[in-house]
Design a protein around this ligand. Structure first.
Ligand code: 13P
Ligand code: SF4
Length: 309
């Protein structure tokens, strides 16, 4: 049944001139059938540059929204309309406008994990893999960062000369990763390296051997000589980690770190959405155009030859 449905999806994909994008947190079977798998920065570039008419985005809403912002003439679909990001929903455009009134001089930076409404009121977007490089290219002294207080705090540690105004948002999944669970794993696997996503709290980042995005964690584990790694991020990443490193061992502290929304993709809803054009991303054109500026600035400032703006 599963294999038949995969065949049908691949056939339909050709007929519809569609491309399937999947984030590293998606279920393994989705990553296997996708054309492109990656972190949120990479997928935003693929969404912008791909030539297919339809993008099936297997991820969460802000990722599909970003694809539509960048590629308004493509049809962007999601397998499941309710796959959201609890962190992105912790900031609204209205609340941001209120805070901006208090800090009129601040340069406003959003994590890509934010709604199109929020992006529309920001100067710049970043992802966890691009944030440090991008912020180096921002001369402003006062930075407002939202919605992730943990990523914001992590970034601020690299720029002591700047003042950061941090929103109080967080990822429910990363924020609850426990230091005790990591230390327990370390007890069991003495030489294991601890690789941590910057959405984790400071007490977790402080015991990390490496802090970085999903692609950064995969790169680190792949290039490192060690054989054992404790992975403090969503467990969907294990699929790519094991695929690239079949002889290495990976341990998730507390045994489970799962983003329920990332796991809403099934073969059935993916097939149904592709066949019937379901869950299409539709954005208000005024909001889209305003939000585009923050994503375009992200791509410009993350590029190799980025200059100060
Ligand atoms: P990456 O950009 O590291 O893939 O992270 C996306 C995300 O949602 C992390 O929770
Ligand atoms: Fe959002 Fe957290 Fe899920 Fe990432 S893991 S998509 S930040 S809820």
């Amino acid at each position: 049944m599963g294999a038949d449905l995969v065949k049908e999806i691949l056939k339909l994909k050709k007929e519809k001139n569609a491309v399937i994008l999947a984030h590293y947190y998606q279920p393994g079977f989705v990553q296997e059938l996708a054309d492109y798998v990656g972190d949120s920065y990479y997928l935003s570039e693929v969404a912008r540059d791909c030539t297919e008419e339809t993008i099936m985005f297997c991820g969460v809403r802000f990722m599909a929204e970003s694809a539509k912002i960048l590629s308004p003439h493509k049809t962007v679909l999601m397998p499941c309309a309710s796959a959201g990001c609890s962190m992105a929903d912790m900031a609204s455009g209205k609340a941001l406008l209120e805070l901006k009134e208090k800090y009129p001089e601040a340069y406003v930076v959003c994590y890509i994990n934010s709604t199109a409404n929020v992006k529309a009121h920001c100067d710049l977007a970043v992802t966890s893999s691009s944030a440090l490089k991008i912020l180096k290219n921002v001369p402003s002294k006062q930075i407002m960062f939202l919605p992730d207080r943990n990523l914001g705090e992590y970034i601020s540690e690299f720029f002591p000369e700047k003042e950061f105004i941090l929103w109080d948002g967080f990822c429910r999944c990363h924020n609850k990763i426990s230091r005790e669970d990591i230390l327990k794993e370390k007890e069991k696997h003495k030489g294991a390296k601890v690789l941590v996503h910057p959405e984790c709290t400071k007490e977790i980042r402080d015991i990390a051997d490496y802090v970085g995005s999903t692609s950064g964690i995969i790169d680190y584990a792949t290039k490192n000589d060690g054989n054992e790694f404790i992975i403090a991020t969503e467990e969907g990443i294990l699929h790519e980690l094991k695929k690239k490193n079949p002889n290495k061992d990976f341990f998730i502290p507390g045994d489970k770190i799962c983003c329920q929304d990332m796991k809403k993709t099934t073969l059935e809803n993916l097939y149904d959405a592709l066949l019937n054009g379901k869950n299409e991303m539709i954005l208000n054109e005024d909001i889209r155009k305003k939000a585009l500026k923050s994503l375009e600035n992200m791509h410009i400032l993350a590029s190799e030859d980025a200059k100060d703006i």
